[in-house]
Design a protein around this ligand. Sequence first.
Ligand SMILES: [Zn+2]
Length: 300
Amino acid sequence: MNQQTLKNAYSFQGPGLHTGKTVHLRLCPAPADTGIVFVRTDLDGASIPALASMVGSTSRSTHLGSGRVKVRTVEHLLSALTGLGVDNAIAELDGSEVPILDGSAEPYVNAIEPDGLLDQGVPRKCVTVDEEIILRNDKSGAWIKISPSREFTVDITIDFNSSVMGVQKCRFMHADGYANAVAPCRTFCFLHEILPQLCVGLIKGGDLDNAIVVVEKPVPRLFMRLAARVLNKKIPEIPSKGYLAGGGLRFPDECCRHKLLDLIGDLRLCGGMPCFKVEAYKPGHALNTAAAKQILKVAK
Ligand SMILES: [Zn+2]
């Protein structure tokens, strides 16, 4: 298999999930062996490669870089590029956070897939491992295991101790098709977490157009009035339990599939196209990127 890049440039714009600031993103083709590189056009073209060694923070999303030059919430875009098989691309941004769009990777897939990709005539760099890598978070019980395999496959289990979601398992194999089975799945949060997150300056760009809200328990009216004021948005009638999702859920296990989407994006930071088997229990950005870092160190 040869390396591939985009056939055209593609533009996207919208608020970042956490900053709430409108950002313009332009995805451009790149020469072979470039990998994925983020460029801050508002900072004299300062660039950051999509590598685990560049991870700055994993608070609610994956951030690259440090100090003035950083790019937040890279995982959905990296997931789309990986799922579609894009080896090389430049992502130009005029702000610090990748736009959240509809909270999934579908807008990228819908733009790029119809054009197909450009074969660059140079063999692909598949990232493989010789030995198992296991990382655990003893406090949360979460773990991730990377094993040698000829194909990139991902099996995950999520358990948020949620009576709405329950325990969910889902799997990604290339044959299943990333575009249809993974890309459309949107990010989510719990209703009772919204105000605490807003208080620490997160999810300023969040709304029901770009996130599923899981309602675990009835929420006091005062809380909702406060959230509406902070968000400066009208908040719809809240069920006492269930999902608030624009247009309804796209899959019964959409939340699990979104965690799969995130994990694929985070693991792309391993230095190339992943070619290993992944199993994970309660994956999150910290664990995912720690695994990517470890793979980047030992991979061939
Ligand atoms: Zn996500």
